[in-house]
Write a protein that binds this ligand. Structure first.
Ligand code: ADP
Length: 625
């Protein structure tokens, strides 16, 4: 049988596995057991709706056998099995999900790669130099065997296999100076690994256990006795009393069940009795899952009915904005044979979902209070999701989420919640100020911020595209409205200042109109302002659309042609004001040039482009010579 080649990416990964210096090679067992358990789940699910699958729950099991002499470990399941094609597609090609652009050749990153790409099977090559997979799908009478010694490729050929399911035979590597592979042929090692990583696997993991016993009737003669033992307790963690569960147990359950390689950031374990009776065990990951922002990411909690898994990703249990939450719900109120369609309309499930949403929110609030650093880290990972949640569905969830969002503040550039912001608002301030821009540093330099800062008011720096949309949907927080510092009506002046400014604008009406004309349609108005302290000029907007929103909307694929109404404001106290007034009398052509240069400068400060950079550069040059 001709050898087939692995796809380039698989080969690369395989190579990494074989040469892995990762110290936890032992996880190979967990990976293979999880695959076996998944395969059984698949057949079990089928049995719920397919009468031709006549197995009972008790029939399912995973078997491990050790053969020291031949240096093999065999892991066998009676799950769904694989066809010839499956073997080819599942084990010959990895990372079907997309490009495997490995971050690095760097070996220390081995594990995050194994975890991220769900390539658990290949971990077998960390400890074996030959792996064969014999498989027969349930209901088929054809079996095939996939064999590989590593990067060179693999073969698939027909074989004889008595039962359906999959049998994986690992030939364990010889020991070397760095690694004692033989330990994996010891029954105690295997038992400990199962306990450590796979104790909650729902199906029994059985192994023939060898003991030495006194021979019957003899006082000093021993004989080897083999008896089948179930190595895992199968008691679901969430059924245990919370007080008896260690953090370590939660961690290992999370990593094992949800394929993460680091501990979770937070565990939420709750038992509820009443209108809806259920237990929920949920986790907030420490890192953003690699596919979180892709279409492949599926949200949902596992759904159990009295300890039996009935759905792997029940999307209805989680709102989109909490889609990062992993975990499960176990309820006695749900029937085992409920179909997906029926579940959607299930009143009980809806009730549970509502409770869970509240619970997650409260836990996140607690998280923010009790572990600020941890929460900020969480927010870096999933904050965007929460902000999208505020904006989505016309803002119907905004009140649920507004307590949870953080923004960078002009005070020390630290993150602040809206509650914290209003708690420390000085007397006289009655609106929440914000400014938008590409980065905190850039916003910090915005001329428009000067007056607000001088008054001692705090400004929220909005740097993400979604931010301003979310804020606008929110409209107010605890009766405080929001004000973009780059909008026209900042209203920070005293009555006297206002009057004075009005006077200046009236006195120079003709000049300002002339300047506005010079800018054509680009601006709707040119005015003097009090808003600026050291800077000569800035742009502000009238109406609902800000410059930042214009930028975001116009960068979308279906360019909406959105246009903000722009007002160019000139610092009334800046020497440029005097210069402009002078030019208005002495040199109108120059006034026009100055106006256009000022406008271009203001655009650049806002992070906008200039329509005609060559012309601008020539104009500046003219002034220089
Ligand atoms: P993952 O399990 O993350 O998808 P793996 O590399 O561990 O990645 O496995 C690849 C695929 O091979 C699985 O998705 C599954 O379809 C199939 N597979 C692996 N082990 C078994 C098994 N024991 N029985 C049936 N199918 C299996």
């Amino acid at each position: 049988m001709a050898k087939k080649q692995f796809k380039a990416e698989s080969k690369k990964l395989m190579d990494m596995m074989i040469n892995s210096i990762y110290t936890h090679k032992e996880i190979f067992l967990r990976e293979l057991i999880s695959n076996a358990s998944d395969a059984i789940d698949k057949l079990y699910f089928r049995s719920l709706t397919d009468d031709s699958v006549t197995l009972k729950r008790e029939d399912y099991r995973i078997k491990i056998s050790l053969d020291k002499e031949n240096r093999t470990i065999t892991i066998e399941d009676n799950g769904c099995g694989m066809t010839q094609n499956d073997l080819e597609n599942n084990l010959g090609i990895i990372a079907k999900s997309g490009s495997l652009d490995f971050k690095t050749e760097n070996k220390s990153d081995d594990m995050s790669i194994i975890g991220q790409f769900g390539v658990g099977f290949y971990s077998a090559f960390m400890v074996s130099d030959n792996v064969s997979v014999r498989s027969r799908p349930y209901g088929s009478d054809e079996s095939y065997c996939w064999t590989s010694q590593g990067v060179d490729g693999y073969t698939i050929e027909p074989c004889i296999k008595e039962d359906y399911g999959t049998k994986i035979i690992l030939h364990i590597k010889e020991d070397n100076d760095n690694e004692e592979y033989s330990q994996y042929l010891e029954q105690y090692t295997i038992m400990n690994l199962v306990k450590k990583y796979s104790d909650f696997i729902r199906y029994p993991i059985k192994m023939m256990w060898e003991t030495n016993r006194l021979k019957e009737g003899s006082e000093d003669e021993y004989e080897k006795v083999l008896e089948e033992r179930t190595l895992n307790s199968m008691i679901p963690l969430w059924k245990k009393d919370k007080k008896e569960i260690t953090q370590e147990e939660y961690n290992s359950f999370y990593k094992n069940q949800y394929g993460d390689f680091s501990d979770s950031a937070k565990v939420i374990h709750t038992k509820v009795e009443g209108n809806a009776t259920y237990t929920a065990l949920m986790f907030i990951p420490k890192h953003t899952p690699f596919d979180f922002y892709s279409k492949n990411y599926e949200k949902g909690l596992q759904l159990y009915s009295s300890g039996v898994l009935i759905m792997d990703k029940c999307a209805d249990l989680l709102p989109d904005y909490f889609s990062f939450v992993k975990g499960l719900v176990d309820s006695e109120d749900l029937s085992l044979n409920i179909s997906r369609e029926m579940l959607q309309h299930d009143r009980q499930l809806k009730l549970i979902a509502t409770n869970i949403e509240k619970k997650i929110k409260n836990e996140l609030l607690k998280f923010m209070k009790e572990d600020r650093e941890g929460y900020e880290e969480f927010f870096k990972n999933f904050g965007t999701q929460l902000k999208f949640g505020m904006y989505e569905d016309y803002g119907i969830h905004k009140d649920n989420l507004s307590d949870l969002v953080l923004f960078t503040s002009s005070f020390e550039k630290k993150l602040v919640s809206l509650q914290e912001y209003i708690d420390r608002m000085p007397e006289g301030q009655n609106t929440i100020y914000y400014a938008c821009g590409e980065s905190v540093d850039k916003i910090d330099l915005l001329p428009q911020a000067e007056q607000v800062k001088e008054k001692g008011y705090e400004i929220l720096y909005l740097t993400e595209n979604v931010d301003e949309f979310a804020i606008q949907v929110l409209a107010s927080y605890k009766d405080k409205t929001f004000t973009n510092i780059s909008t026209e009506s900042l209203d920070l002046d005293t009555e006297e200042e206002k009057k004075e400014l009005e006077q200046i604008n009236t006195d120079n009406k003709n000049m300002l109109e002339e300047m506005s004309k010079a800018l054509g349609n680009s601006v709707s108005n040119v005015k003097f302002t009090n808003r600026l302290k050291s800077h000569p000029v800035c742009l502000v907007t009238e109406g609902v659309l800000s410059l930042e929103m214009e930028k975001v909307l116009n960068s979308m694929p279906n360019d909406s042609g959105a246009k903000a109404e722009i007002v160019m404001e000139i610092n009334k106290d800046h020497p440029i004001a005097g210069k402009l007034k002078e030019l208005y009398i002495t040199d109108k052509v120059k006034l026009e040039k100055y106006t256009r240069i000022l406008y271009a400068q203001a655009r650049l400060i806002e992070g906008l482009t200039v329509d005609n950079p060559t012309e601008l550069s020539n104009m500046i040059c003219d002034l220089m010579i």
